[in-house]
Design a protein around this ligand. Structure first.
Ligand code: ADE
Length: 263
């Protein structure tokens, strides 16, 4: 999978891409990350990428020209805005096989199902902003999607791009050691993950739950499912609205709710 990242600070990506699973994915040819410095696409003497907002007010705004030039040149999109009308240009981008994603706190919320959705593409473009925001024409005419990684404001989109890249690439076959791994993750099942234990069976007097040492796989599966349900009800009850639940799951949850009301 190929990511084209448009940023004013490509060095932010250096060390995360040189460690652990992302490094291994790059070495194995499963991940390609191309970093494009938006400043390289300025045409003025001072390489200016931001300017004052029309209408006044504080903060600076990212200029449209270098962002359009960078993305159009790298993705091979022709500058058709002036030729065929802005609306059609935006529509042709929106039909592009490569999602062009703007990282912004105003975007749709990133979650595991968006990660799965993006993992189906062979190539994704991520645009990282700095300053107070982007010239609105970038939003209207260039990008096909806007994503936020949470309801807080970062100093720029770079960390958000890394979060997305990391969450997406680990879903690609061959990237993780255990091919079934991502299917059991918290959120992939719609529930939080069950607790894990490893050796020793007793540590400082704290024991591993008996059932996990029993060798009874059916019992272990049921215990894990119930732990997931219990944990999700306790920590993220909102997730239960969307989760796929069996009759057995629903009966278990009803029992938990009943116990809570009794105590
Ligand atoms: N840029 C600044 N804050 C952000 C956020 N929460 N998500 C994505 N991009 C951002």
């Amino acid at each position: 999978m190929r990511f084209d990242v448009f940023t004013l600070f490509p060095a932010i990506f250096d060390s995360p891409l040189k460690e652990s699973i992302l490094k291994r994915a790059i070495d194995a040819g499963l991940l390609e990350v191309y970093l494009h410095n938006i400043r390289d696409y300025t045409t003025d003497k001072h390489h200016i990428t931001d300017d004052y907002p029309y209408g006044g007010g504080g903060g600076m705004v990212m200029k449209p020209e270098p962002v359009f030039a960078a993305v159009e040149s790298v993705l091979g999109i022709r500058d058709r805005g002036s030729e065929i009308g802005d609306r059609e240009s935006a529509i042709s981008n929106q039909q592009s096989a490569i999602p062009i994603i703007l990282l912004t706190p105003q975007g749709r919320p990133f979650n595991q199902s968006v990660a799965w959705e993006l993992s189906k593409f062979d190539r994704v473009a991520l645009i990282c902003g700095r300053y107070e925001g982007f010239d609105e024409r970038i939003r209207e005419q260039l990008v096909t999607d806007e994503i936020s990684i949470g309801d807080y404001v970062l100093t720029g989109g770079e960390l958000a791009a890394l979060v997305i890249l990391d969450a997406v690439i680990r879903l690609k076959p061959g990237v993780l050691g255990d091919p079934g791994g991502p299917l059991d993750d918290s959120h992939s099942t719609g529930l939080l993950e069950y607790p894990h234990y490893t050796r020793p069976p007793e540590f400082r007097g704290w024991k591993v739950p008996e059932v996990l040492l029993s060798g009874n796989h059916a019992k272990i599966e049921r215990w894990r499912r119930e732990q997931s349900l219990w944990r999700t009800l306790a920590r993220r009850p909102d997730l239960l609205q969307q989760a796929e639940l069996s009759d057995l799951d629903r009966a278990f949850l009803a029992r938990l709710e009943g116990d809570r009301l009794d105590s």
